[in-house]
Design a protein around this ligand. Structure first.
Ligand SMILES: Cc1cc2nc3c(=O)[nH]c(=O)nc-3n(C[C@H](O)[C@H](O)[C@H](O)COP(=O)(O)O)c2cc1C
Length: 313
């Protein structure tokens, strides 16, 4: 998620789930080719398995960017066909590509030829008036024929004119049944359902119909919910304990201090760690007030943890 799931966020989320696939923010293929690759593509070994999400619509450029990313060790390359922002539309990529299944198929074909790791697509159930079930099946069928096996489906359409990106994540109604029917139509494909999932345990019920689920805002705002993912979805015996996670957060802050990375790069991602728990407010307040100081480091996180969880810190 843009501006949210950077490497510090992902390293933090890895303390909560070892098994879930983590996604980067969308990075445009041109940026991968011409930009600061360490900044755009840098990740820590603990983040595996990790997928890079690319934006773009030129097959050769996407293929080149995919190759660069695969050489850096990404486990999957995902193409964004779901973002409706004006900036993305004016660049002719993101959700507007749902109107061009043949072009997306060409992009996927070239990307998949360039790398050995899976190339996947994240898309909507439709855009504008092109939102019939048949339109969706034509899109998925064309892209699957080009070699894509996994489709992450945000279960609402996008309105490309008139709705902000934020409204496009909330206003068009969710239609999970349409995603179920997509899986029924293409049983050989891996279909991952996304959109509006607000309970990690309850979301398991979708697995009766589809192959996976993706959590977006829930994972970010209520990260502790991720602590149950390995048990609920991957058969782990138990969940990580809060004190273990806090120890991991402190270790991460030590690494940041050693590498000269401001603590504020991490604190915004961990603000929700105690969401709904007693002490959550102190945790957020101490971190928010203290993180902008130049010398803020592990001590601040320790202090926030002590204020919030006296016995665990
Ligand atoms: C701040 C923000 C940034 C996002 N950036 C991306 C992005 O870069 N690529 C993408 O495919 N989806 C992006 N999304 C959409 C989410 O991945 C997800 O599809 C959407 O929020 C619906 O799922 P949720 O209800 O679980 O959050 C973003 C969402 C938010 C809130």
């Amino acid at each position: 998620m843009m501006d949210w799931t950077d490497t510090w966020c992902r390293q933090f989320h890895r303390l909560l789930t070892r098994r879930a696939l983590l996604y980067t923010e969308m990075v445009h293929a041109n940026a991968v080719i011409h930009g600061d690759r360490d900044r755009l593509l840098g990740f820590a070994a603990v983040e595996h398995p990790i997928a890079l999400q690319l934006g773009g619509s030129d097959p050769a450029t996407l293929a080149q960017a995919a190759r660069i990313a695969a050489d850096r060790g990404f486990d999957e390359i995902n193409l964004n066909v779901g973002c409706p922002s004006d900036r993305v539309q004016s660049g002719a990529f993101g959700a507007c590509l749902m109107a061009q299944p043949a072009l997306v198929a060409e992009c996927i074909g070239e990307m998949q030829s360039a790398v050995d790791v899976p190339v996947t697509v994240k898309h909507r159930i439709g855009i504008d008036d092109q939102d019939s079930e048949r339109d969706l099946h034509v899109f998925v069928g064309a892209v699957a024929a080009a070699g894509c096996q996994t489709f992450v489906v945000h279960a609402r359409k996008a309105w490309l004119q008139g709705l902000s990106p934020k409204d496009n994540r909330d206003v068009p109604p969710l239609d999970y049944a349409r995603v179920y029917r997509l899986k029924a139509e293409f049983p050989e494909l891996s279909i991952v359902l996304n959109g509006g999932l607000d309970d990690v345990a309850a979301a398991r019920s979708h697995l009766t119909y589809v192959d996976g689920v993706m959590f977006g805002r829930l994972a970010y705002h209520q990260p502790w919910t991720l602590a149950a993912v390995d048990r609920l979805y991957f058969g782990a015996d138990c969940d990580p304990r809060r004190d273990e996670v806090l120890a991991g957060v402190l270790a991460l802050t030590e690494t940041m201090r050693r590498d000269g990375v401001p603590l504020a790069r991490l604190t915004r991602h961990i603000l929700g760690l105690f969401h709904g728990e007693p002490g959550a407010r102190q945790w957020r307040r101490i971190l928010t007030e203290g993180a902008h100081h130049a010398d803020a480091g592990p001590e601040l996180v320790e202090r926030a943890a002590r204020a919030c969880l006296p016995r665990a810190a």
